[in-house]
Design a protein around this ligand. Structure first.
Ligand code: HSE
Length: 372
């Protein structure tokens, strides 16, 4: 059995990864080793009926004994360890959730329902670094990859509605605290007829602006508000999250000479773990909406079409409906008034599954098959 090192398995993405590996019985195919940055020598939680002694995630010798390392530890760890391992002569496969190595020439961004042939060609040419994509990009391509693969997209804008999970577990908790603070601030006013909605609204606004409102993680209120900037700032005015859309999409698709133009505004909203996005797409040619729907529906086993009808949309095309599911629904598909080659679409997907853990888990399977 191949030796697989897991790093960052205790965090939120790592926990989702372990859960999915258990569901898909991946542990039966591998000899797992659990690494830790802080608790070497202690024992792991029970994983597939076993407990393991935790190994030091900075021990290069122990790491180089692995055939594959999967890390959800974050970019700081990757930046620290990856080049040391390679300089040490390690020839194993590095599968990483962090963004640090994504745009390296020697890395492939993995999303196998969309780019399996690129992954397989890269394995054959000796590439050994396989990196999970940005969640918004992966979820857009899981939903709408059929249009990109058919070379129908001349350009697109993706306006995002990103969940708290993308910022981490602490931020998700703080979102709930913020919701609780708002609810507490209005207290019995909600049920007291003498308080009208404008009185209640004023109380909420005061609460959002008060020094006591919990903002340690977000910096600002997210509950009862939105945050229209995600990531760092680029010189051209884009946020870091916005920059990734075009760069990573074209890298995933292997577009070397014919990059698709993509841009949009990325916005944090008070959803828990599902990123949504509204797209405007300029098609290269005028094709029927049913053909567009078929291309999307048939491009992979997880993309599904939600009819552009009110009830179906509100029932199936929301973070509340999609959380915890691998299905990536796409709806609101219609020709826009702007012109025949312009269509709209809306998609929602679980940020922790296809947006983070699932492409890594599947990449492990692909490497195991390749090594057999
Ligand atoms: N950068 C993403 C977000 C998460 O903040 O939602 C990771 O891809």
């Amino acid at each position: 059995m191949r030796k697989i090192g897991l790093v960052g398995w205790r965090g939120m993405v790592g926990s989702v990864l372990r859960k999915r590996m258990l569901e898909e019985k991946d542990f039966e195919l591998i000899e797992p080793f659990f690494f830790t940055t802080s608790q070497a020598g202690q024992t792991s939680p029970v994983v597939a009926d076993e407990v393991y002694t935790l190994l030091d995630a900075y021990d290069l010798k122990a790491l180089t004994d692995m055939d594959v390392i999967i890390t959800c530890q974050g970019s700081e760890y990757t930046n620290d360890i990856h080049s040391k391992l390679r300089n040490f002569g390690w020839k194993g496969y590095w599968i990483d959730a962090a963004s640090a190595l994504r745009m390296n020439d020697q890395s492939v961004i993995v999303l196998d329902p969309v780019n399996l042939s690129l992954i397989q060609e890269s394995l054959a040419t000796g590439i050994r670094d396989f990196i999970g994509g940005n969640c918004t990009v992966s979820l857009m391509l899981m939903g709408l990859g059929g249009l990109f693969k058919a070379n129908l997209v001349e350009w697109a804008t993706a306006m995002t509605y990103q969940a708290a999970s993308g910022a981490g577990a602490k931020n998700m908790l703080e979102l709930i605290h913020q919701m609780g603070a708002i609810s507490s601030s209005v207290g019995t006013q909600l049920d007291s007829p003498e308080f009208g909605i404008l009185d209640i609204d004023e109380t909420v606004t005061q609460c959002l602006r008060s020094a006591e409102f919990p903002v340690d993680s977000w910096g600002f209120p997210l509950a009862g508000s939105i945050l229209p900037w995600i990531g760092d700032a680029k010189e051209n005015g884009q946020s870091g999250e916005e920059w990734k859309n075009e760069a990573e999409t074209n890298k995933i698709l292997g577009n070397i000479e014919s990059a698709v133009s993509l841009d949009g505004l990325c916005v944090r909203i008070g959803a828990m773990r599902c990123h949504s996005q509204a797209l405007t797409i300029k098609l290269r040619k005028d094709i029927a909406i049913t053909d567009i729907e078929n291309l999307i529906d048939e491009s992979n086993s997880w993309s599904t079409i939600v009819p552009n009808e009110k009830d179906a949309t509100l029932e199936g095309l929301t973070p509340a409906a999609v959380a915890g599911s691998l299905t990536v629904p796409v709806g609101r598909i219609r020709r826009m008034n702007i012109g025949r080659r312009y269509i709209s679409a809306f998609t929602a997907g679980d940020q922790l599954l296809w947006g983070a853990a699932e492409p890594l888990r599947r990449m492990l399977r692909i490497v195991l098959d390749y090594l057999d």
